[in-house]
Design a protein around this ligand. Structure first.
Ligand code: GDP
Length: 291
């Protein structure tokens, strides 16, 4: 992960390769860099306040020391949320939710592969039954990851029944983890939330839901948050997956999304390949962001 070139750290590059001593301009540039990197106005202001106080208290005059303080401040904020995935139930049922196009299916494929490295027996459930293409896409990912899949018998089959069958198979055949893909048609928001509620209730007749992961596209930045609200309100989300951080200049979103939703980021997607998913490590992330 450390070798990647992170486009979002560009915002800070000019700042930290400029004059060595802190001036008024440094503060202006820092504010601009935080906004450009999509920290959002609230987080930007609170980081600036904290840094101003720290710089004064420790009589810091050099930009390089300010940079270290910024990195620490970001890491401290990121670390305030617990990224642990709760997978100790057997089977551990994971529901993956989010609007179409954010990278849900891709994430499930990558996540299944990631978990097979821990010798886990995994089944994925194609409960986005409305789009035949979605089922086929998940089947392709399942094959790549070398995991099993439960598919609808016909297009448009009740998503809850596919979810039920997936968990039933997981229980009866000794799987460790069942990951269930869901629909993401936001134009029918009320309907979608009802559908997710039903999927959940049906699953819970057989096993508790261990995690509900909401997938968000980091390139949509602050705008993506509005979409997240309905899911957070209605779907019992336990954690976030941020995708497309590889191409994003908006790494600050990572910080504001946790603060705004109160939810931990549990996984990060950094590319379209099967290996491009990692857990979330605040120290590494703060380092990549600020340099
Ligand atoms: P879904 O509709 O939410 O299931 O989204 P898909 O899984 O079909 O992904 C939508 C598009 O985003 C596809 O072209 C994926 O290859 C791409 N994608 C998903 N995750 C990432 C990521 O982490 N980085 C990049 N660059 N692209 C991604």
């Amino acid at each position: 992960m450390a070798e990647r070139s992170w486009s979002f750290s560009k915002a800070f590059r000019t700042l930290f390769t400029g004059p060595e001593l802190i001036t008024d301009e440094t503060w202006d540039d820092l504010e601009a860099a935080l906004i450009t990197a999509d920290f959002g106005p609230d987080v930007t202001e609170s980081i600036l306040d904290q840094l101003r106080a720290d710089v004064e208290r420790h009589r810091v005059t050099e930009v390089k020391d300010m940079r270290r303080m910024l990195r620490d401040a970001i890491e401290e904020r990121l670390a305030a949320y617990d990224p642990t995935l709760h997978l100790s139930e057997r089977p551990a049922v994971i529901l993956v939710v989010g609007v179409n196009g954010v990278g849900k299916t891709t994430t499930i494929g990558k996540f299944a592969k990631y978990l097979t490295a821990f010798e886990k027996k995994i089944v994925v459930g194609a409960a986005d039954t409305f789009r035949a293409a979605a089922v086929e896409q998940l089947a392709t990912w399942a094959e790549r990851a070398g995991v099993d899949i439960v598919k609808p018998q016909q297009q448009g089959q009740d998503p809850a029944s596919v979810a039920f069958q997936t968990v039933e198979q997981a229980k009866n055949e000794g799987y460790d983890i069942a990951i269930i893909d869901t629909a993401g048609r936001l134009q029918t928001k009320g309907g979608l939330m009802d559908e997710l509620g039903k999927v959940r209730r049906v699953i819970e007749k057989q096993a508790p839901v261990a995690e509900v992961l909401l997938v968000l596209d980091a390139t949509t930045g602050q705008n993506g948050l509005a979409q997240a609200e309905a899911f957070i309100e209605h779907a019992g989300v336990t954690g976030l997956v941020l995708t497309k951080l590889d191409g994003s200049a908006k790494g600050g979103f990572v910080l504001s999304v946790q603060q705004k939703t109160g939810l931990p980021i549990k996984l990060v997607g950094q590319g379209e390949g099967i290996g491009d998913l990692t857990g979330f490590t605040p120290h590494v992330f703060a380092q990549q962001l600020v340099g």
